[in-house]
Each structure stands twice: as structure tokens, then as C-alpha cells.
Design a protein around this ligand. Structure first.
Ligand code: ATP
Ligand code: MG
Length: 177
């Protein structure tokens, strides 16, 4: 399966990657955001949602578990769900969130997907963020970022994202990353 790896990205570079993934994202799919406490999962999700035109505060779904977004403007008709399963006591509680009906209708971003183990389908793409100490960036800033596609849809998505990033570089748009 396809994998993209970035050894050391600062917060701006992570946001740029989130933007490229957002504008090439499929209308429906499952996207796991992995990494320890404070790794940058919500920061990534915020940049991703902003790129899809979400305005106002993007709250972390730490307590609500799920935050839905019905997109407008050029993404009108599309729906994104942002979940954080850290506080899920039991994977079976996922049923109460009504996720089953959403797989065919929404793009679903999930922080702490491991808490829902056994109750979630295979994701299209997994993003993993880990602090990176051995880089020129300060340890507080640098993240090793891995993107892995687990389905054909995920592979298509990552290919599209690479093309978007190449186009941005060619046109001189965005930060050099
Ligand atoms: N390269 C980077 N990418 C993302 N966030 C970064 C980076 N460098 C520094 N940060 C900072 O790290 C923090 C990440 O916090 P964030 O809430 O996004 O983490 P999280 O993975 O969602 O944590 P939690 O597991 O508690 O939900 C933010 O304060 C952000 O500004
Ligand atoms: Mg978070």
C-alpha cells in the first residue's frame, strides 16, 4: 500500500499538508489521525477543515466526541465529521454516535481511533504524527509525518495530494515544504 513520509515538518508545513489533503479528499471516506497527546492531531484537523471552508472556531471534540460540519461554498453538499475517541469508555459506545449511517455520506476524521478498535472499518488513510528530535527544527516544533493508504480510494487520494503539492511548488504557492 502507498506510503508518504516527511521526516520533520513544523506546524506551518503540517498545515500546508493538511490543506493539500483537504482539497484532494474524497467526499466520503475514513481518515485516522494517530499520535500521542499533543502530537498535533487537532491542529492538523483544524487546518484541514479551514481549507474546506469551515469558518469560526473549530473545537476539539474531546468532550463531545463528535463535531459535524456541513460544508458550504465550493464544497456544498459535503459533510465532514471530526471525532476524538480518547474518552470513549468502550468501543461499543461508537454505536450511540450513529456512525454506521455516516460512512456512505461523510468524510470522517478520527483522533484516537485505537479506542474504537474492533468497531471501526479499515480506514482509507492513516496519518501518524510523532515528535522528531533529531532535526534542525526545535524539538517542540518538528513532527515526523506518515501517511499510509489502506484502500484503493486512499491510494487515489494520496496520489492526488502529491499532484496538488507538486502543482503548488511549480506555481510557487504556499510554503516550501
Ligand atoms: N509541527 C507541528 N504540528 C502540529 N502541532 C504542532 C507542531 N509543532 C508544534 N505544535 C503544537 O503542538 C500542539 C498540538 O496540540 P493538538 O491539540 O493539536 O494535539 P493532539 O494530537 O490533538 O492532542 P490530543 O491527543 O490531546 O487530542 C499545539 O499547541 C501546536 O501548536
Ligand atoms: Mg486532539
Amino acid at each position: 500500500m502507498m506510503r508518504l513520509e516527511y521526516p520533520a515538518l513544523d506546524e506551518l508545513a503540517v498545515a500546508r499538508l493538511a490543506q493539500s489533503l483537504a482539497c484532494t479528499a474524497p467526499a466520503t471516506g475514513l481518515f485516522f489521525l494517530e499520535g500521542g497527546l499533543g502530537a498535533g492531531k487537532t491542529t492538523f484537523a483544524r487546518a484541514f477543515l479551514r481549507a474546506l471552508g469551515v469558518q469560526g472556531t473549530v473545537r476539539s471534540p474531546t468532550y463531545t466526541l463528535i463535531e459535524p460540519y456541513d460544508l458550504t461554498a465550493e464544497f456544498i453538499g459535503r459533510r465532514v465529521l471530526h471525532l476524538d475517541l480518547y474518552r470513549l469508555a468502550d468501543p461499543e459506545e461508537l454505536d450511540d454516535l450513529g456512525l454506521r449511517d455516516e460512512y456512505e455520506q461523510a468524510l470522517i476524521l478520527i483522533e484516537w481511533p485505537e479506542r474504537g478498535a474492533g468497531e471501526l472499518p479499515v480506514p482509507d488513510v492513516t496519518l501518524s504524527l510523532t515528535p522528531e528530535t533529531g532535526s534542525a527544527l526545535s524539538a517542540a516544533q518538528a513532527r515526523r509525518v506518515r501517511l499510509t493508504a489502506h484502500t484503493p480510494k486512499g491510494t487515489q487520494w494520496l496520489r492526488g495530494c502529491q499532484i496538488a503539492r507538486a502543482a503548488c511548488r511549480t506555481l510557487g504557492i504556499g510554503a516550501k515544504i
